[in-house]
Ligand binder design. Structure first.
Ligand SMILES: NC(=O)c1ccc[n+]([C@@H]2O[C@H](COP(=O)([O-])OP(=O)(O)OC[C@H]3O[C@@H](n4cnc5c(N)ncnc54)[C@H](O)[C@@H]3O)[C@@H](O)[C@H]2O)c1
Length: 339
């Protein structure tokens, strides 16, 4: 079993991956600056509050803990925000990655799994999208990830630094039994937004119903976060066993429209989803579905939780538990104020 450093492990996908790595028997250290993550998503004792740009502290940590490999999630992830403050995305996502890679080189750690994104493909020419599709990001977020992929190609060639880039499609779902789920602030992802509308009665805006799809709404490939987490374990174990650098899509190869997701939420929750239709968002392609054949054939990974109702029901259970927890915290604060 190996010692694996997980950056961004207090965030959504990182916390699930940490959970599955530990289940598999690996020893895990989480590095997160908590800028967008949650302390309570990390078990006691394994969180190190460090920014990935702090090369000196990371080098020291990796040497001391004898880290074997790194899984690098830490980044800012909001496409809309990246179009307003692109410099923030290059500073955090690109400089943050370089700070980490410098530390890895200094500490003699040369195995990395990197969180990349379907946003690397921009508006694809062919769907399902294979890894060979042209890389043409259309926003600073996607570009920041492509820049890191490029850096990794050069490090592979000249520094014997082995990496696997995983280009995720739409991560969703939760692992409610483990207390883990999606908690972005602000939330921009469809399923938690629809669930919030169900809980609050305030309508969610669906962007565009005049796309060239069967029901007019966009089609996306929804990948359960636990399947995604397991893909990282296949990737890191392959590197630890001497595997070479590579790039893989991670998706289910089947798409669901926004309206299909609404219907699934109504089926699972037994409640009507209040929604309004807004204009199309700039740069939203009609359909983004992964061809994940390469990951399945080369590393043997398969999605096990691809059923949309399963995804929605896990996310719903987490949202309900989280709402209860928030109510309990608020109740505790009121009690404290009263005494
Ligand atoms: N959520 C998705 O659907 C999706 C899709 C494609 C790719 N990704 C990629 O997956 C990764 C994880 O996404 P997520 O949804 O879990 O995001 P998240 O915001 O929940 O988690 C990111 C974590 O990184 C931490 N972080 C950010 N910058 C840091 C820094 N400089 N130093 C230390 N910690 C830092 C944050 O505090 C947070 O805990 C990201 O790299 C994202 O680009 C996500």
């Amino acid at each position: 079993m190996a010692t694996i450093l997980v950056t961004g492990g207090a965030g959504y996908i990182g916390s699930h991956t940490r959970y599955f790595l530990q289940k598999q028997g690996h020893s895990v250290i989480v590095v997160d600056n908590l800028s967008r993550g949650h302390r309570e998503m990390v078990p006691d004792g394994i969180l190190r509050e460090i920014d990935t740009r702090d090369t000196a502290r990371l080098t020291d940590l990796m040497k001391r803990e004898r880290v074997d490999a790194v899984i690098h999630f830490a980044a800012y992830i909001a496409v809309g925000e990246s179009t307003k403050v692109p410099e923030l995305y290059f500073a955090n996502n690109v400089s943050g990655s370089l700070g980490l890679f410098d530390a890895m080189l200094a500490a003699g750690v040369n195995k990395l799994v990197f969180s990349s994104t379907a946003a690397a493909y921009g508006i694809p020419q062919r769907v399902p999208i294979a890894e060979t599709e042209p890389i043409t990001p259309i926003n600073p977020y996607g570009e920041s990830k492509v820049m890191v992929e490029k850096i990794l190609e050069w490090l592979d060639r000249y520094r014997e630094f082995r990496s696997v880039c995983l280009r995720y499609f739409n991560a969703c779902g939760a692992e409610p039994e483990a207390g883990l789920g999606e908690l972005h602030d602000p939330e921009t992802h469809l399923i938690p937004l629809i669930l919030k509308a169900v809980m609050t009665g305030k309508p969610v805006t669906l962007f565009g119903d005049d796309y060239p799809t069967d029901d007019g709404t966009c089609i996306r490939d929804y990948i359960h976060v636990s399947d995604l987490a397991e893909a990282h374990i296949f990737a890191v174990e392959d590197l630890l066993n001497g595997g070479t650098s590579d790039v893989f899509n991670v998706g289910t190869a089947s798409g669901h429209s926004v309206k299909e997701v609404v219907t699934a939420v109504e089926r699972v929750t037994g409640k009507k989803v209040p929604f309004t239709i807004g204009p199309r968002r700039e740069g939203d392609p009609p359909s983004l579905v992964a061809d994940s054949q390469k990951l399945q054939s080369k590393l043997g990974w398969k999605p096990k939780r691809a059923d949309l109702d399963r995804i929605v029901s896990d996310a719903w259970e987490f949202a309900l538990r989280n709402m209860n927890q928030n109510e309990q915290l608020a109740y505790g604060r009121r009690q404290k104020a009263d005494t």
